[in-house]
Design a protein around this ligand. Structure first.
Ligand code: SF4
Length: 175
């Protein structure tokens, strides 16, 4: 199930240029879920192509994981104005599409607090949640969820970089 091209299920449709749908290997068992498209993603229609996407690509490559071998998506498919966080209402509206994208996954990497909130209702500070594995229900199936830092947080914070690096290492055997 994918959103209609002119989906208007939440207010984010107002400012979008291009809806940003998942990229990568659709048969991969591992899906990285970010927060929301930013300016570059909104213009290109591809997730994680801006500054934080480039850092994610670099960290994946350094740990021997090809970006093309995983799936990458976001909690919402349309860019929030001014790059603000997506609201709970917007994430709820888009969640059926997110869950459909995760149907065949074995592991979901939740990048940052919005993804953790959307996927598992988690609201604790990231340093308390990062790399604490849990399971979530995806269409009646138990799927591994790994909360971790968003790459944007890794640009300036060593602790975040180390946390995300640990996550990438831990999912490598599943890729
Ligand atoms: S964010 Fe999701 S629910 Fe909202 S308009 Fe875009 S595709 Fe539809």
């Amino acid at each position: 199930m994918r959103p209609e091209k002119d989906c208007q299920l939440c207010s984010l449709h107002v400012g979008r240029t291009i809806m940003v749908l998942p990229c990568g290997d659709p048969s991969s068992k591992v899906c990285f879920v970010g927060e929301a498209p930013g300016e570059k993603e909104d213009l290109s229609g591809t997730p994680f192509v801006g500054r934080s996407g480039k850092l994610l690509d670099k960290m994946l490559a350094e740990e021997g994981v090809e970006r093309s071998s995983i799936r990458i998506t976001n909690t919402v498919k349309c860019r929030p104005p001014g790059n603000r966080d997506p609201t709970q209402v917007e994430m709820d509206a888009c969640r059926p599409f997110l869950l459909a994208e995760l149907q065949d996954c074995e592991a979901v990497v939740a990048l940052g607090r919005s993804a953790c909130r959307s996927l598992a209702g988690l609201t604790a500070p990231m340093k308390e949640m990062a790399n604490k594995r849990m399971s979530i229900d995806v269409g009646g199936r138990e799927v591994l969820l790994i909360p971790t830092y968003h790459p944007a947080a890794c640009i300036y914070r060593k602790e975040a970089r180390e946390g995300l690096r640990e996550t990438i290492r831990s999912i490598r055997p599943l890729v």
